[in-house]
Design a protein around this ligand. Structure first.
Ligand SMILES: C[S@@+](CC[C@H](N)C(=O)[O-])C[C@H]1O[C@@H](n2cnc3c(N)ncnc32)[C@H](O)[C@@H]1O
Length: 286
């Protein structure tokens, strides 16, 4: 499954070169870029900076908080947390291009001391137990086969009392097998959880005070606007990536919008707090 998702993001329209090209077109001076100059381009999730702020509040992120961003992409949310709150963020991503892109962009805007880029698989975090105060993730877990393992790994690397908050695609019982297969083939969505499923996985991973918020209604609007924006950039995308790729993504977005409008697919925000701490593989009360 993992090569599929690496390939998907290697070919994705949002990339380091696209961000740099957009900045050049805006006439930005690369020597004096500020983090704010990137915000329009480097956030690959729904709801923009407000969505990152919402997670930050639920994960208790403030100045000096040691944050792990799982499936961090080009590091947009990580840079925002560093800039806005003074958090120290480790941004983990599986894709080499995304991790290198993060390093390049964080250096360009002078945030490389607060944002560290690590390439790795969320299912086996290369960090010691208790290394972080908070963990976040946005629209990445849909690509990960063993979501229970990711959440257990996050619980392991969080200190006792540490919080995790994330958003992801969620499925309702109405999502059919054929639609699931199409989501997998088209966008490497290896599996899509439900809200009750995620609650159970969080509980098994050692999280307590678990809460969930259904974001599906807001996501329908966001997706509709994304589709319109994507189509309005047709000429540019065709010039960069070719007509076939433009058509592929255009159909993909339209398919998505249809599933969300039909109440088969949606989005959710979930959060919880680690009360247990794994010591030598066992569990103890913090
Ligand atoms: C939609 S992007 C989200 C990026 C970022 N969270 C943001 O909001 O801008 C999903 C990211 O998840 C990463 N990813 C997918 N599977 C992963 C895994 N098993 N471990 C780590 N990262 C993974 C992809 O490479 C991609 O960069």
């Amino acid at each position: 499954m993992l090569p599929g998702v690496i390939d998907f993001y290697d070919r994705h329209p949002i990339s380091l070169s696209q961000v740099l090209e957009a900045l050049r077109r805006q006439g930005k001076d690369m020597r004096t870029l500020a983090p704010e100059d990137l915000y329009e381009w480097d956030q690959d999730h729904y709801g923009g900076l407000e969505a990152v702020e919402a997670l930050a509040r639920r994960a208790g992120i403030g100045e000096g908080t040691r944050v792990l961003d799982v499936c961090a992409g080009l590091g947009g949310p990580a840079r925002f947390l560093a800039r806005r709150f003074g958090a120290r963020v480790t941004a983990l991503d599986l894709n080499a291009g995304r991790s290198l892109g993060n390093i390049t962009l964080s250096r360009l805007v002078g945030l490389h001391r607060l944002v560290r880029s690590v390439r790795g698989d969320a299912q086996g975090l290369p960090f010691r137990a208790g290394a972080f105060d908070a963990a976040i993730s946005q629209e990445g877990l849909l690509h990960v086969p063993d979501k229970g393992r990711v959440l257990a790994e996050c619980a392991r690397v969080l200190r006792p009392g540490g919080r995790m908050a994330f958003t992801d695609w969620i499925a309702t019982p109405r999502l059919g097998d054929g639609e699931r297969r199409r989501l997998q083939d088209w966008m490497a969505a290896v599996s899509i959880e439900s809200i009750p499923g995620y609650r159970a996985l969080l509980g098994r991973a050692g999280f307590a005070a678990i809460e969930a918020e259904d974001l599906s209604a807001a996501w329908v609007e966001i997706l509709r606007r994304r589709l319109e924006m994507y189509r309005s950039l047709r000429e540019d995308t065709v010039a960069r990536l070719g007509q076939a790729r433009y058509d592929e993504y255009s159909q993909l977005y339209a398919f998505f919008v249809g599933l969300v409008e039909a109440g088969k697919l949606g989005g959710a925000r979930l959060w919880g707090q680690v009360l247990h701490f794994n010591i030598g593989g066992g569990a103890a009360l913090s």
